[in-house]
Structure formats: structure tokens, C-alpha cells
Design a protein. Structure first.
Length: 366
């Protein structure tokens, strides 16, 4: 069984793709984004997968890759084109190379044109391909910088992508209109830049007259991506790449960051740290004194009142939010973070799990 997820970075309109082989648990990420490393790592963990490699379709100009940071956190290998000119990769890819993850394979097809080091990855059964910025949904990547070549892109698309089956699904690395997927047959027929009977002369003429501004992050992204996303000390000092783009880790207890974007603590971890934290119960009063009972010294502030009463809590001690099953308390952590509280976590499973695992309560029924 193939595990497949399409992830999106709203700042750069970049798609990141997770592909996993369920029997082996091995997975790869295509085009990870530096600022989304914590999100992507959480998803890999929640799906029970092991990240074995990150793959780049090309050296990006509009965002910094998360490849280096993911390697530091997971041990994943960095793979990209031999023609990219990038340093620091674990493997450099060329025509017909194969990338394995468990029992599945991605076949490597060079598709230069947007940059000289662009690659398209084709799944072993040719049911899907990942085209980077070469062929996009009803469009094609620009060719006016980073060694771009419109004629080369025309050949890449016709020889490497349009030769795939018509029903092969195509996934680009960007879309700016919210579109998510297309197919070889669709693009061959309907793509206004390169589909139908459009010849190489028409295509190159069109591409030379796009008149687009350069990406805003180009001066930061390209040098960083030529290092596979590794930050430099001078960049951090100047407010560029940080060692942890998603914000600081919370180290006051054994916490887990979820794909939903919430820091979580399990009941055992909370019981070990009850003396050092504020336990915030966001249930209604009748629940607080009801059959499930409550945790000793818990502060009762119902969720609907929390935004107005957040000042009753201290910024000097971490806060663990608690409710019946973990849903309302997850929302409470968002409210608290918006109110300026930095060390906040949600009790996974709420009072139901707390009691089921035999942790002490006050009140409640036997």
C-alpha cells in the first residue's frame, strides 16, 4: 500500500509530497520547506513511517529546502540532481537512477529548462509523477534566470513527461491558484503554453515575454539551497535562516508536536511534572465536579471564558490544558498562545485517558 500526502506551504505556494511504503514503513519527502520541517516530521511520526530520504526537484529560488534540517532530526539522506551544482547532498541523481523506499521505487528523469538541474520523479507503476517547476498545471516554470532555457524545457516536457501514459497524474511543486493535480493527457491537450500543436518557436517566444519579477527570497534561497538548506551563522545573525524555523522547542516536559500544530503531553508526563505546571481545566463547572472528577489543583476556566480570563494565569510557569477528551483543550492552547503564553501543552486524551490509565483525581465517581 502506498501512503501519499500532498502538503502545502502558503508563504511560497510550495507543495511538498510524502510518499511511504506501508509494509516497510519507509518514506520519502519531495521538496520539503524549511519552515515546515516540524509539521512534516510530526506527520511522518503520526503515520508510523521512517523518513529515509528527501528529494529535490531542483534548486529553488522562492523558499529554502528543509532537507538539511530533516537530516539533522531524522537521519534522512539528501538526494538531488548531479547537475544542480549543490554541495552537501548524500546522493546525486542522473538519468534513469532509481530511488527506493521499501518496496516502492521512483524513477529519475532529468527535465532541464527551468534550471539545468531539474528532475521529474516517476512512480514505479507510472501512475503519478512529480514535475517540480518544469510542467505545471496549465503552465510551465519560468526560464529567465538560474540558467533557464525555454527550448530545453520544451524538449524536457515532450520527451520526458508527455511520453508517460495519459492517465499518469502530475504533481507540480507550485500552484498559485489552489489547483492540486493534473494529468499527462490534460496537459498535452489543454496546456496553453505547450499543449496541442504549439511548436518550440511559439513556446520560446511566449516564455521570453513573461515579464515576471524575480522571487522575493531569491537572494537568500538560492545560496542556501546550494548548501541543501544548511544555515550559516551570519544568516542567523542578520535575521535570515534560523536553526529552528518553526519557533523554539518546548523542553520543560516530554512533549510531542502533532501534525495539527499542537504541543501535547501524555498523562504520565503530566503526573511527573504536576508540581512545576499550571493545570488549566477548560470544561464546564458541572463537568469539573462531575463523574470524571478533576486533577488536583487544577484551575477551572471554561473554554468560552478563557480569552477574557487568560490574565488569571501566570506567564512564569508552563500551562497544561485539560478537558474531557482533548478537543477543547487543544483549542485552549491556541487561545493561550495568541494571548502571549509560550510554554503551553494539551493533555492528550483528556480526563478520559487520565482516569483510564489510573492517575489520581479529586471528586468523581468510582
Amino acid at each position: 500500500m502506498l501512503v501519499f500526502r500532498q502538503l502545502f506551504d502558503p508563504q511560497s505556494s510550495t507543495y511538498t509530497y510524502l510518499l511511504g511504503d506501508r509494509p516497510s514503513g519507509q518514506a520519502v519527502l519531495i521538496d520539503p520547506v524549511f519552515e515546515q520541517v516540524r509539521r512534516d516530521g510530526a506527520l511522518v511520526g503520526e503515520l508510523g513511517l521512517t523518513l529515509v530520504a528527501t528529494l529535490e526537484t531542483h534548486v529553488h529560488a522562492d523558499h529554502v529546502t528543509g532537507a538539511w534540517l530533516l537530516k539533522q532530526r531524522t537521519g534522512s539522506r539528501i538526494l538531488l540532481a548531479k547537475a544542480s551544482g549543490a554541495a552537501g547532498a548524500d546522493r546525486y541523481l542522473s538519468q534513469d537512477d532509481v530511488v527506493a523506499f521499501g518496496g516502492r521505487r521512483l524513477m529519475v528523469r532529468p527535465t532541464p529548462g527551468h534550471t539545468n538541474g531539474c528532475l521529474t520523479y516517476v512512480l514505479d507503476d507510472r501512475s503519478m509523477a512529480f514535475t517540480g517547476d518544469c510542467l505545471m498545471i496549465r503552465g510551465a516554470g519560468r526560464t529567465d534566470f538560474q540558467g533557464g532555457d525555454a527550448a530545453a524545457m520544451y524538449r524536457s516536457i515532450h520527451e520526458q513527461i508527455f511520453t508517460l501514459p495519459d492517465d499518469c497524474l502530475l504533481y507540480p511543486s507550485h500552484d498559485y491558484r489552489g489547483l492540486t493535480v493534473t494529468s499527462v493527457g490534460e496537459e498535452r491537450r489543454f496546456n496553453p503554453r505547450i499543449g496541442g500543436e504549439i511548436g518550440v518557436g511559439d513556446f520560446t517566444g511566449y516564455m521570453k515575454n513573461l515579464g515576471l519579477a524575480h522571487p522575493k527570497l531569491m537572494d537568500v534561497a538560492v545560496p542556501a539551497n546550494l548548501r541543501c538548506g544548511q544555515p550559516q551563522l551570519d544568516e542567523a545573525a542578520e535575521g535570515g535562516l534560523s536553526a529552528d524555523p518553526a519557533g523554539p522547542e518546548q523542553s520543560w516536559a516530554p512533549l510531542r508536536y502533532s501534525f495539527a500544530g499542537v504541543w501535547e503531553i501524555d498523562p504520565h508526563g503530566l503526573e511527573e511534572h504536576t508540581a512545576a505546571v499550571q493545570i488549566l481545566d477548560v470544561r464546564e463547572p458541572e463537568e469539573f465536579t462531575g463523574p470524571l472528577g478533576h486533577i488536583k489543583d487544577a484551575i477551572l476556566i471554561p473554554l468560552g471564558e478563557l480569552a477574557k480570563r487568560a490574565a488569571e494565569l501566570s506567564h512564569d510557569r508552563p500551562i497544561v490544558a485539560v478537558c474531557r477528551a482533548g478537543g477543547r483543550s487543544a483549542q485552549a492552547t491556541n487561545i493561550l498562545q495568541q494571548a502571549g503564553f509560550k510554554n503551553v501543552a494539551n493533555l492528550t486524551g483528556g480526563m478520559l485517558r487520565w482516569r483510564a490509565e489510573g492517575h489520581p483525581v479529586e471528586g468523581g465517581s468510582a
